[in-house]
Design a protein around this ligand. Structure first.
Ligand code: ADP
Length: 241
């Protein structure tokens, strides 16, 4: 599509029928892979990501290990079938950058100092992309780490706020990501009330920025409750077994 469509219709709703402050449906499942130490699938609307965690385990080669903490290795990757045009499976500059951004967010929550001389590997595969893949990947990783029993300061929950046709919108879809005036992914450690990731593409006034952050925080609270529920139901399942 070469021409920008209208993103907010006359009835005030978005192209997918949502209100401006409405998020897409969320689905979280833990323990979906038998060979990983921890795993999860996280879906937000049509964006779907699977994450797998290995470790903490001994670091090879040994000289890459750190004496006082675990090393985090993080890979964000989009599968060739995740986008409407086949994506080249070779890691792009964008994927290398997002791997780093996600690693830095995870480093703020994992208690790496508890596991000196080890490595923790986190792999994320985007199965289907409809905007927001960095946040859904980060949340899938957070759930997989919880599934692996790796101690963390808090879970991570995140959602993007953007601006479409001058209106602030929560949880962007692909047309809004592509044609909107702003895109601001925000991830937090909700109980600690700390920001783990915040980026902004496009432009907002300071007042819009404050309002956008408030919208994001409301969404994050909802997502955080769903994350805690997903972990609780996994443990309930284990108890029954
Ligand atoms: P995020 O996925 O975190 O929102 P971007 O802001 O870079 O990251 O948005 C990229 C979005 O563009 C993807 O979520 C996806 O919906 C869409 N897209 C389509 N084709 C591609 C591609 N080849 N590489 C990356 N993103 C693509």
């Amino acid at each position: 599509q070469l021409q920008k469509p209208r993103l907010i219709l006359d009835n005030g709703l978005r192209l997918d029928g949502r209100r401006p402050d409405e998020m897409r449906p969320i689905k979280i499942e833990l323990g979906v892979l038998k060979n990983a130490d921890g795993s999860a699938i996280f879906e937000m609307g049509n964006t779907k990501v699977i994450a797998a965690v290995y470790g903490p385990k001994e670091m090879h080669p040994r000289h890459l290990a750190l004496p006082d903490r675990a090393v985090l290795r993080v890979r964000y990757h989009m599968t060739p079938f995740s986008t409407d045009e086949r994506k080249n499976p070779a890691p792009s500059r964008r994927e290398i950058e997002l791997s780093k951004v996600i690693r830095e967010a995870l480093e703020s929550t994992i208690l790496v100092e508890l596991f000196p001389r080890t490595v923790i590997d986190v792999f994320m595969e985007v199965l289907q992309a409809d905007a927001g893949t960095r946040l859904v990947s980060l949340m899938a990783a957070s759930m997989a780490l919880a599934d692996a029993g790796i101690p963390m300061r808090d879970l991570i929950a995140g959602v993007a706020v953007g601006k479409a046709d001058g209106v602030l919108v929560l949880d962007l879809n692909e047309p809004e990501d592509m044609w909107g005036e702003a895109d601001m992914p925000v991830a937090m450690m909700p109980s600690l009330k700390q920001v783990a990731l915040l980026q902004l593409n496009g432009n907002m006034t300071p007042q819009e920025f404050r309002q956008a952050l408030e919208m994001a925080q409301k969404g994050i609270e909802t997502i955080y409750n769903l994350e805690k529920e997903a972990i609780r139901s996994k443990y309930a399942e284990l108890k029954e077994e």
